[in-house]
Every structure is written in C-alpha cells, then in structure tokens.
Design a protein around this ligand. Structure first.
Ligand SMILES: Nc1ncnc2c1ncn2[C@@H]1O[C@H](COP(=O)(O)OP(=O)(O)O)[C@@H](O)[C@H]1O
Ligand SMILES: [Mg+2]
Length: 154
C-alpha cells in the first residue's frame, strides 16, 4: 500500500448506491490492504464487504462472520473477512491467529476493529458507516497512516 492520503465522503440513499460506492472502492484495493469497518449493528458493514468482495471476483455466498469470526473467500487473491463483535479480549484474537493471518497474502476486512485497534497495521483504510435513517447512510472512507515520526496527538 502506497503512502498517500485518501478520503472520500458519501451519502447513500439506497443499497444500490452503496453497492456502487463499494465497487469503486474495491477498484483501488491492492493485495496486503487492510480495511476496518466501523458502524453500529445494521449500518451495512457486511453489506459493504459483500459488494467489495464480489467486485474483487468472488462469486460465492458472503455471510456475516459474527459467529465464525472469520470467513475466507477465494478470488484472484484470498479475502479475509473478520467480525470481532463477539470477541472479548486480545487472547481470543491471538487464539484465532489474527497476527499470523495478517502476514498471509490477501486483502483483509475487519468488522468491529475497535476490538483490535492497537493491533492494526500502521496503514489501513477505515470505513465509517452511519445510519441517517431508513436506507440512508453516511459513508466515510479514509486512509489511516500511523507514522512513528509524527508525534501522537493523544
Ligand atoms: N443504503 C444502504 N446501504 C447499505 N445497506 C443498506 C442500505 N439501506 C438498507 N440497507 C440494509 O441494511 C442492512 C445492513 O446489514 P449488515 O450489512 O448486516 O450490517 P452490519 O454488518 O453493519 O451489522 C442490510 O440488510 C442492508 O440491506
Ligand atoms: Mg456485520
């Protein structure tokens, strides 16, 4: 992933619009990228990942990994889809081999990244989805770059 900034802000009023936003985003993804998706239950994190994964060439069934914690889809590269909603602590995350998996060749999608914030790489995409109402969503995508040379803000 190159060291450049990226920020997009959208309002989606339908699944169809979100689908287009997800497809456009998929087109910039590269092997090794990590995508962290934040937003309350039902905001559309899994929906977004499903559309990205389809754009990346996976034509199978995409389900929420809430109970399995990890789904792996095979497209032109491996797509790792995590959901940490049910995880309680870092030990559990270690147990599923999260660190080792991040070393694998592929693209990584993480729902509920709040649970692993400190374990995320120095560079990743953060997607924030907010429910405005009904089928309206605010979607913000930004590249997070945590640079050791820059003093921490907090
Ligand atoms: N504009 C929209 N964008 C995305 N999803 C939408 C939109 N409007 C309605 N939805 C619906 O919202 C739900 C989001 O569910 P899901 O993706 O499982 O949420 P999460 O993973 O954040 O809990 C889906 O049923 C989806 O069809
Ligand atoms: Mg989900």
């Amino acid at each position: 992933m190159a060291h450049d900034s990226y920020f997009r802000e959208y309002t989606s009023s339908s699944e169809r619009e979100t689908t287009q936003i997800a497809k456009d985003f998929a087109d910039i993804l590269q092997i090794g990228d990590v995508v962290a998706l934040k937003g309350e239950l039902g905001s559309g994190k899994t929906f977004f990942v499903k559309k990205v994964v389809e754009e990346l060439g996976f034509d199978g069934y995409v389900s929420s990994p809430t109970f399995t914690i990890l789904n792996i889809y095979e497209a032109s590269t491996y797509l790792y889809h995590f959901d940490f909603y049910r995880l309680k602590n870092v030990e559990e995350i270690e147990k599923i081999g999260f660190f080792d998996l991040l070393m694998e060749e592929g693209i990584f999608f993480i729902e509920w990244p709040e649970k692993v914030e400190k374990l995320l790489p120095d560079e990743y995409f953060e997607i924030r989805i907010d429910i405005v109402n009904g089928t309206h969503r605010k979607i913000r995508i930004k590249k997070i770059i945590r640079n050791e040379d820059v003093p921490c803000q907090n």
